[in-house]
Design a protein around this ligand. Structure first.
Ligand SMILES: NC(=O)c1ccc[n+]([C@@H]2O[C@H](COP(=O)([O-])OP(=O)(O)OC[C@H]3O[C@@H](n4cnc5c(N)ncnc54)[C@H](OP(=O)(O)O)[C@@H]3O)[C@@H](O)[C@H]2O)c1
Length: 286
């Protein structure tokens, strides 16, 4: 383990808990090099007891001691956090935000700080099988450390353009809920035709995981997913009938519309944060 650097979490909620658990399990940092701050003392106590990390109820004291600071609060708490910390981060600090919709511009202006990384993790991060899409601004943002932190939650992809993080918010951020909805519908359908509930759950999940992994292998071999569908669709067979019903129900169009709606909402969240920041006078406009 090569230390000594210190990581701070502003907000000791679900995501902080997941990330701290992963960082300790992977021995990225020892517990005394991780600090979490939160106004909720019970939450701090839980994090301390579970992981043995240091805790503080003062965000300003935290940022003074950390090389990398993770903003892990809900979007509605971000403006107050930034107002409290504006201009108080040491110049070398890398700020890493996982707050949905908060743009690099908002965070830079809100904190009056250069080196900002914006990340969009997703729900499977909770079991360390997530996907995070991220980008960075500021030529001294510590990308190597950020990558190490993100990898404890699963896979990560760095993108050059921030719009791709907005897109990812709609795709990989919202994706787990869409997939879960699909699983629920498929289990309901299986029980509708008489499959026992537990068999339905087991077969649907095994089918989903197996298919996803098979598509990934095929993708690496340059085989398009449409080819796989063709391979299992014999003329006049069962799959052909099922696919026709999906087409009649505008399945692809509905998926597109739901991702499009999530994308529009992501952009709107960013605009709302801009307005909240301006209203709090924390955007440098006052
Ligand atoms: N959960 C996910 O799967 C997921 C996935 C992708 C991205 N995210 C993003 O990750 C961020 C955190 O999500 P989460 O699920 O971890 O939320 P969470 O469990 O609600 O944790 C946020 C924590 O921040 C605390 N907090 C509120 N105001 C604060 C302040 N001024 N200073 C310090 N801490 C403060 C909250 O305390 P109180 O509860 O007392 O308010 C809470 O303990 C969100 O912005 C979300 O968009 C989450």
């Amino acid at each position: 383990m090569d230390i000594p650097w210190t990581l701070g979490f502003i907000g000791a909620g679900v995501m902080a808990d997941v990330m701290i658990g992963g960082l300790l399990a992977e021995e990225v940092l020892p517990p005394d090099h991780i600090i979490a701050s939160d106004p909720n003392r019970t939450r701090l106590q839980q994090v301390h007891v579970t992981h043995g990390v240091r805790t503080l109820s003062d965000n300003r004291a935290l940022v003074e001691q950390c090389d990398v600071v993770i903003l892990a609060v809900k979007p509605q708490n971000l403006a107050e956090v930034m107002a409290e910390l504006a201009g108080r981060l040491p110049e070398h600090t890398t700020v890493m935000s996982i707050v949905a919709g908060a743009t690099i511009g908002v965070i830079r202006r809100g904190l009056r700080h250069e080196h900002v990384v914006r990340c969009m993790p997703n729900l499977p991060c909770r079991i360390r099988r997530g996907m995070t899409v991220w980008t960075a601004a500021g030529d001294r943002a510590d990308l190597a450390r950020v990558r190490t932190i993100l990898r404890v939650m699963g896979e990560e992809i760095f993108v050059d353009h921030e719009e791709q993080v907005d897109q990812a918010t709609a795709v990989n951020g919202t994706g787990p809920a869409i997939v879960a909805h699909f699983v629920k519908s498929m289990v309901e359908a299986a029980t509708y035709i008489g499959e026992p509930r537990q068999v339905a759950r087991d077969t649907v999940l095994a089918t989903l995981i197996g298919t996803a992994e098979m598509i990934r292998v095929a993708d690496r071999d340059g085989i398009h997913v449409a080819q796989l569908i063709d391979d299992v669709t014999s003329p006049g067979g069962t799959t052909s009938r099922a696919i026709q019903v999906l087409k009649r129900g505008r399945f692809s169009a509905v998926v597109t519309e739901s991702i499009e709606a999530a994308h529009a909402r992501t952009l709107q969240l960013g605009e709302e944060l801009e307005r909240a920041l301006a209203a709090a006078g924390a955007d440098g406009s006052r």
